[in-house]
Design a protein around this ligand. Structure first.
Ligand code: NAD
Ligand code: LMR
Length: 328
């Protein structure tokens, strides 16, 4: 049987997230072992030397699925016909910064990314924005790519979900695969809402296993502030875990979601079943049939604690949108 070839673009390909992400894509972790890869690596002109080195290393892995590698600094050229784009290229924050402090500088990058995808990519391209602040950057990218369906744009909130799952598994002393039903609502920022109220550990509800006070206070804050904690400890923002979450996020669109389960992705809020304002890229529980499309899972009730926090994260996203009006 002839293998299918997918054209996959990664921007910021000379940076630290990409240095993990590229290798995991090429080993077949996103599209499986039956799909060959035509890889497109984009970075700024100053990083072309680094890209040449990364390309050598990819060749030196002799990955059976890696059919060809293109790299450079021209987005329109590199996005030609791409089926899938990981938009990582952007400045990371340092110690003491909030992600939204990056908005004016990084936001402009996503005008260019959106325009180039609009002109060059497959009209069915699936886009995952990783560069921060990822929700609002994703909105900018989507608004600058009118020829691409608006549902095809995602911002990475899977890292927050994975962090929540890892933390709960450690606290409960179980394998992370037993932690089901995690959703992170809203913005990938400290206002995000890690919702513990639908989580099961094995067959038990979370509150049967873990104290409710710890869940409201320590769990919520630890997940919200995990990005800063990593920056403080490492001196650089999370990279391998962000790459791993990016792989999980894209793969989730091409794998049927098991019945009764969901994954978190930040997607367009138009037509959402929770009354969130239109025109935001907002973290929701999603499920997919495995065809690259998704739907927002309806009918997850919010208690008072969760709904108050959701109002706060929504307000922050509305404010971020106001800050970038001129880019939309
Ligand atoms: P990095 O500095 O190591 O790499 C970024 C790369 O992007 C650099 O090589 C830079 O030259 C390149 N770049 C900058 N502008 C570009 C442009 N216009 N086109 C193409 N490439 C460009 O940073 P990193 O650690 O890889 O992080 C990248 C981004 O991802 C940051 O904004 C960071 O905050 C964000 N991030 C998001 C999450 C998440 O969960 N959403 C997690 C971790 C990091
Ligand atoms: C993270 O959550 O680790 C990233 O968004 C990087 C950051 O700035 O926190």
């Amino acid at each position: 049987m002839k293998k299918m070839v997918k054209k996959i673009a990664v921007t910021g390909a000379g940076g630290q997230i990409a240095y993990s992400l590229l290798f995991r894509i090429c080993v077949g972790e996103v599209f499986g072992k039956e799909t060959k890869i035509s890889l497109r690596m984009l970075d700024l002109p100053a990083a072309e030397g680094i890209l040449a080195g990364v390309a050598m290393e990819l060749e030196d892995c002799a990955f059976p699925l890696l059919e060809e590698i293109h790299f450079g600094s021209n987005p329109e050229e590199l996005f030609e016909g791409v089926d899938c784009a990981f938009l990582v290229g952007a400045k990371p924050r340092g110690v003491g910064m909030e992600r939204s402090d990056l908005l004016s500088e990084n936001g402009k990058i996503f005008i260019e990314m959106g325009r180039a995808l609009n002109l060059a990519a497959s009209k069915d391209v699936k886009v995952l924005v990783v560069g921060n602040p990822c929700n609002t950057n994703c909105l900018i990218c989507m608004e600058n790519a009118p020829a691409i369906p608006r549902k095809n744009f995602h911002a990475l909130m899977r890292l927050d979900e994975n962090r929540a799952r890892g933390l709960l598994a450690k606290k409960a002393g179980v394998n992370p695969s037993l932690v089901k039903g995690v959703v992170i609502w809203g913005n990938h920022s400290t206002t995000q809402v890690p919702d513990y109220t639908h989580i099961l550990i094995g067959k038990k509800s979370l509150e049967e296993v873990i104290d409710a006070h710890w869940l409201q206070e320590e769990f919520t804050e630890t997940v919200q502030k995990r990005g800063s904690a990593v920056i403080k400890a490492r001196g650089k923002s999370s990279a391998a875990s962000a790459a791993s979450a990016s792989v999980d996020a894209m793969r989730a669109l091409f794998t049927p979601t098991p019945s009764g389960e969901w994954f978190t992705s930040a997607v367009l809020s138009d037509d959402n079943p929770y009354g969130i304002e239109k025109g935001l890229i907002f973290g929701f529980p999603c499920r997919s049939r495995g065809d690259g499309e998704y739907e927002i899972v309806p009918n997850l009730p919010w208690n008072y604690f969760i709904s108050e926090k959701i109002a706060v994260t929504q307000k922050e996203l509305l404010e971020e949108r106001e800050m970038v009006r001129q880019y939309l």
